[in-house]
Write a protein that binds this ligand. Structure first.
Ligand code: ZN
Ligand code: ZN
Length: 119
């Protein structure tokens, strides 16, 4: 596990340490590509995930669209066992709201790596 800086991924404010914020884990349907270095302040975490619901399996947690295992972003806080799934559009929206995601993703060209041959 590596935490490169202890600034919020959302607003950039300094955190007193990883324990002062919310650590989160995500992967794009391919567990090998798991990124467990996410960290936001609790205000940003609420802003980013407050609208998400643990929807029925296979549904996007933001909009309810079908989101299959390999074609969704799997996101959870470090201490949570259940992960949200985000469809491509909501995944791009989420990732682009993180400071550390550079360059920003383009929904038009975004593909989940688990998608056979791209969609
Ligand atoms: Zn923040
Ligand atoms: Zn969605």
């Amino acid at each position: 596990m590596t935490i490169h800086d202890v600034r919020c991924d959302g607003c950039g404010s300094f955190l007193a340490g990883p324990a002062a914020g919310v650590r989160f884990v995500f992967h794009p349907g391919v567990p090998d590509l798991r990124d467990d270095s996410g960290l936001t302040c609790s205000a940003c975490w609420d802003r980013l995930t407050g609208h998400l619901v643990l929807a029925a399996t296979g549904r996007c947690a933001a909009c309810g669209a079908p989101a299959s295992r390999g074609e969704s972003l799997h996101l959870r806080s470090f201490t949570d066992h259940q992960s949200w799934r985000l469809c491509a559009s909501d995944a791009v929206g989420f990732l682009n709201s993180l400071r550390t995601v550079q360059p920003k993703l383009d929904l038009a060209t975004f593909r989940f790596p688990g998608t056979p041959g791209g969609a």
